[in-house]
Design a protein around this ligand. Sequence first.
Ligand code: SAH
Length: 426
Amino acid sequence: MSASPYPLGLRLDGRRVVVVGGGAVATRRVPALLDAGADVLLVAPELTPALQARVDAGRLHWVPRRFVPEDLDGAWLVQVAIDDQMAAAAVSAVAAERRIFCVRADDRTAATAWTPAVTRHGPVTVAVLGGGDPRRAMTVRDAIRDLLAARLAPDGVAPGGVAPDGVASAQDRPDAPTGTSGGRRAGRVSLVGAGPGDPELITVRGWRLLTEADVVVADRLVPGLLLDELRADVELVDASKIPYGPSRAQEEINRILVDRALAGAVVVRLKGGDPYVFGRGGEELLACAEAGVPVTVVPGVTSSIAAPAAAGIPVTHRGVAHEFTVVSGHVAPDSPASLVRWDALAGLRGTLVILMGLKNLAAITATLIAHGRSPQTPAAVVQEATTGTQRVLRSTLGAVAADLLAADLRPPAVVVVGDVVDALDA
Ligand code: SAH
């Protein structure tokens, strides 16, 4: 066994890295190089479609031929991503002559550098080398990733600070705070989409922010299991229990977000589905911005797409629908307060997804039919989609309102209208 490797974090921003090979290994390696800002030169007679797409997007340079020694002119690092050992050895011989570190996919023992298994957690990068065994490295990496996801302390990196080794701090992250208050930790608010119900359907970033939060302000519709996993010291505010009418309650939520953040807390406003789909996320963002509180939005998987999907309904299906329209049914079609042109929607032939529509469903379906949509159009109701208590009702536009009552379906539910409802039925 040779001496142990010496770990380094290479700062590749603007520096030339040569990748030799255009197959599966190169396809896996190139994104992290681009992410590090490297000036990537790809040398290969042919490319995978994924690499070709990056070339077409102008993200890297491609020379469509086999390697020649001049390709290493100006390079800081070379990645050999080809199976042909003779050709790979030729590249690493040129690299060694020029004192350029060379990673080899075909032969680890012949390489002068190894790529570690990596997990990134916000500003923190953990790189694991397995002593020559990539599988061991991945096993250890996976264990560390789980630990970090479960328990990264909110103070893991001081906001606005710089780690001792000069590694950029959280401030470079899009979700990072933009200021400190008198030396104290700066507060901030993230409006996070929790997804439709299944706790696994939150985004990776949303989950990370949740694990970093001091205060979580949650809606009624967010998956309970997500809240179950919060640290014991996290303050949990149940936004659905705020004892005022809807508009006062919203003001109260805005006030809680702003006050906690100004007091230095890392606040997550956790909202069902996507924060901006009938979620009043815009108002919360404005309230924070007006108070000078740093605020970001993390999109979520919206029930308007997830609920149909969970019921086996593709909102578009080739040859069936070229559009889907998401509409709120919480205001009756004949109400002066309605902002929806139901008559115009009746003229569409694609998919209609109605949220908050159960109470007014009879009036909505009658209006759609009166303006020309066929009562035979397939329709479905999906209740509590993606949860253990999901229920699906299949019907037609003409019958769905009555069927709904008979089946005793309740909110939260999404109504889907259109031929896609039957598209996957055999
Ligand atoms: N921001 C949310 C929607 C908020 S409005 C999103 O993007 O999903 C609330 C409505 O969303 C409910 O009345 C219901 O129509 C729908 N909804 C939310 N979660 C749902 C679920 N798990 N199953 C079915 N419908 C759901």
